[in-house]
Design a protein around this ligand. Sequence first.
Ligand SMILES: Nc1ncnc2c1ncn2[C@@H]1O[C@H](COP(=O)(O)OP(=O)(O)OP(=O)(O)O)[C@@H](O)[C@H]1O
Length: 630
Amino acid sequence: MGRDQWKAALRNPVGAVAAGLLVLLAILAIVAPIIWGDAAEETDPAALSQGSTSDHPLGTDALGRDILFRVLVATRYSLGLALLATAICVGAGLILGVLPAVLGRRAGRLVTATVNLAVAFPGLLLALFFAVVFGVGARGAVLAIGLAGAPSFARLVQTNVAAVSGRDFVAAARVAGVARFRLIARHLLPNIGEPLVVNATVLAGGALLAFAGLSFLGLGVQPPAYDWGRLLGEGLDRIYINPAAALAPGVAVVIAGLAFTLLGESIAQVVGVRAVRRRQPPAMPPAAAAAPAGTDAVLAAEDLRVAFPAPGGGWTHPVDGVSLTVRRGETVGVVGESGSGKSLTALAVAQLAPDTAHVTADRLEVAGVAPLGRTGAEVRELLGTKVAMVFQDPMTSFNPSMRIGAQLAEVTRVHERQGRKPALARAVDRLRTVRVPAPERRAHQYPHEFSGGMRQRAMVAMGLMSTPELIIADEPTTALDVTVQRQVLRLLKDVQAETGAAVVLISHDIAVVGQLCERVVVMYAGHVVEELPVGALGAAAHPYTRALLASVPDLATDRERPLATIPGRPPDPADRPEGCAFAPRCEFADDVCRTRPSLAAVGPDQRAACWHPRTQPLDLALDAVTGGQA
Ligand SMILES: Nc1ncnc2c1ncn2[C@@H]1O[C@H](COP(=O)(O)OP(=O)(O)OP(=O)(O)O)[C@@H](O)[C@H]1O
């Protein structure tokens, strides 16, 4: 939480009153035992079990001790024990909450299931159970209350970790080779801190009440020590003689409990909007079709498949036998409608596919290394130094709680064990390379202080912190306006020319691909349906490629007429037609299309998976598509 948010929480009248009460209680907890400690222990045989008098405003207990002094002095013990229990609860909850992210899939699931089971038990029952297990007394009660609250706190941590770990900056950190514990400490926990702080504050109120309850039942603090719960229990025995003896500790418990809970609620109101973040689909690169493989291939995938367990049993294959070769220094565009499997192919290549995905390939090599079947550390080493990723949404691509310079520097610090200063110097240098103005100053800023285009440049700079052989950019310009789009595309082109890295650009927009790439790979329903040089787009053979091209507007497009669209919708991966998946939307389809066509040469460097490849040149303004490249 930032200082502004604390201020906003305190400006809220309820928050201000709650905070004021807590300050008062904290002062009491410190000074009361010093000032009134002896007086609270002093017995007065002449004033046993008295009601309110001028000497003892709240009366005395059975030994003639002053109730008011005892209630004031008990503040320290009551608050201390409640805070200790809260600390145990938060600590145990954090460990249980992040364990699934640290452990393997199976052990992680076991922890999650255990936490879910524990959450199903009422907290008070658990506390009573643990109190009996750990033994009667303050120590047992602290452990009991702390551990009883841990499962629900762990659930909160798990939910928030799961929400944040789907964001691009976490995928970026993984690709950069950040180790698991560092990933959790630097990227996950700082971004879920707000809901955790809120919950811990509310928990402290609950712990206070629970402690009073256990002491009241005789399971908590034991004589001669005393807390509010114990005083409440003693006072209740004589409630008809002196009601104040029971009311005073009761009121103290309620006020302190309310102060914690209301402060938590006020903070929640201020930060709540930001506490739950939407999961953004991560993004990345390569894709499909077999190209002439050579020894200079920086990416070679053959028959790459990604499968997910289907809800009704069996598997669906959103990526179904993709073959793709990218040569050193080459720029390849992967296009296709939403859901065609572009991003998933990229994720699979980068070993970032979701946990539930099953990735297989006849061959998968990235920069000369086969990542499939390797350990996480080896893959991190490979990806962190040789592959750079540029993600779709520049806002979610960076960790919002880290300065840009530090995030860039992390790549070098992890891989080259460089010190903080030289790593930051390199980050500034790379920001300058991607033409971020005043890079020294900008490196010390947070992502939200950057404009969208600048963030995307910084993302490219991050990829350049090492010397990548392959840059994968998944829809890098979708979230940007047209002018900035052009700048980012030009930057990618310049970077590619300067570093000699190969670029895989994923886009649903064939015009964007046409402007940057040398070769285009067209995907449809998890398959590669055509691959061809950009210069040959005017002779595209597959009806789907032609339909994509026909839907690109140019300056000559009649604005009065609706834009050309492709009729129908792509098939669901779980319900793909036999044979050519595009057949139901294709005007040339016939019976032969019931058998799946494989990629076959239809021209120089051009291959299409179609039984009826088109040979007529397309009547389209190619400049609109290729920016004059063709
Ligand atoms: N975790 C998942 N579990 C099950 N199916 C998934 C999962 N992730 C993706 N898919 C499915 O895989 C298919 C391809 O998704 P992918 O994100 O690769 O498409 P895309 O071509 O990149 O589309 P877009 O341009 O919209 O990002 C989709 O049908 C999607 O529903």
